[in-house]
Design a protein around this ligand. Structure first.
Ligand SMILES: [Fe+2]
Length: 288
């Protein structure tokens, strides 16, 4: 090891692993070390730059708490979260997309056709669709979680003026696999820029905006859980999402709604305003 050099250090380090190292650990950590060393050699990393990187990670740890994870945000803005999503999205199924930091456990159960508008201001919309398997058959008993921003671009939990579970729900499909809910249109928002991730965005001249979206988690017995988000087709940030979450199959059309065409179980049917929109969006789950 006394003769270690830039050209031999990587293989020397990888050779230290014991023979009983888990093969997948060996593969993942080995590739990480090789790419990390190659990165340092490629850019000729200076001591000052190395310290700056460690300082960014240290600050990410300091700013992370139960409500905010700066490491997830790092992963998001560097495209790693979306890359992992795309690598693990089977063809022919609804694409997965970033979970984001604002999901909360325990959202209230709402029956199919239920209402989230309540006292929320904003454009009203009825979102409806079916949870299906890859053959097109409806999935009974699928549990759909939905969470979104209010009209001001804030989630409950970020905004003391919103009730704890405002614009959040859990809904279970019946035998027809159908879900339906009335809500308000979500708003674009910026990811937090007061931490080290904000420094990276500013240093590279990037903005922090995300297009508006509805977050979903869809779970059903015998199927792989889907974590995703869907975006209105007319959002101004659709093609410049700061965290790369948009996929073409996750874009939904907001069409003018027609009250006469709404199903009877839409509980807000008779109190929707005349300019409400309708969205039809199905979820296709891969087998578990
Ligand atoms: Fe979000």
């Amino acid at each position: 090891m006394r003769t270690v050099s830039p050209s031999t250090l990587t293989e020397t380090l990888l050779g230290l692993s014991s023979a009983d190292t888990d093969p997948r650990v060996q593969e993942v950590l080995g590739a990480l070390v090789r790419h990390l060393h190659a990165f340092a050699k490629e850019v000729g990393l200076t001591h000052a730059e190395w310290r700056k990187g460690l300082e960014l990670l240290t600050r990410a740890g300091e700013i992370t708490d139960d409500d905010r994870n700066e490491f997830v945000l790092f992963s998001d803005v560097l495209g790693l979260s979306s890359l992992v999503d795309m690598i693990n999205s089977p063809a022919g199924c609804t694409s997965s997309s970033v979970l984001g930091p604002f999901h909360q456990l325990g959202a209230p159960e709402v029956p199919v056709g239920g209402d989230l508008i309540g006292t929320n201001e904003g454009d009203q919309v009825v979102v409806e669709g079916t949870v299906r398997d890859q053959s097109g058959a409806p999935i009974s008993g699928a549990v759909i979680e939905l969470w979104q921003t209010a009209e001001n671009g804030l989630y409950s939990g970020q905004d003391p003026r919103q009730e704890h579970y405002n614009l959040r729900m859990s809904m279970t499909t019946g035998a027809d696999g159908r879900y339906a809910v009335s809500t308000v249109r979500p708003a674009p928002y910026m990811v937090p820029t007061d931490g080290p991730v904000g420094d990276i965005l500013r240093a590279t001249g990037r903005h922090a905006w995300r297009p508006s979206h509805l977050h979903f988690i869809v779970q059903a017995k015998g199927f792989r859980t889907l974590v995703t988000e869907v975006f209105p087709s007319d959002d101004p940030y659709l093609d410049e999402d700061a965290v790369f979450g948009v996929r073409s199959d996750l874009v939904m059309e907001y069409r003018p709604g027609n009250r006469a065409e709404l199903a009877q179980d839409i509980v807000a049917r008779d109190r929707l305003n005349d300019s409400f929109s309708k969205v039809d969006f199905d979820f296709v789950l891969p087998p578990g």
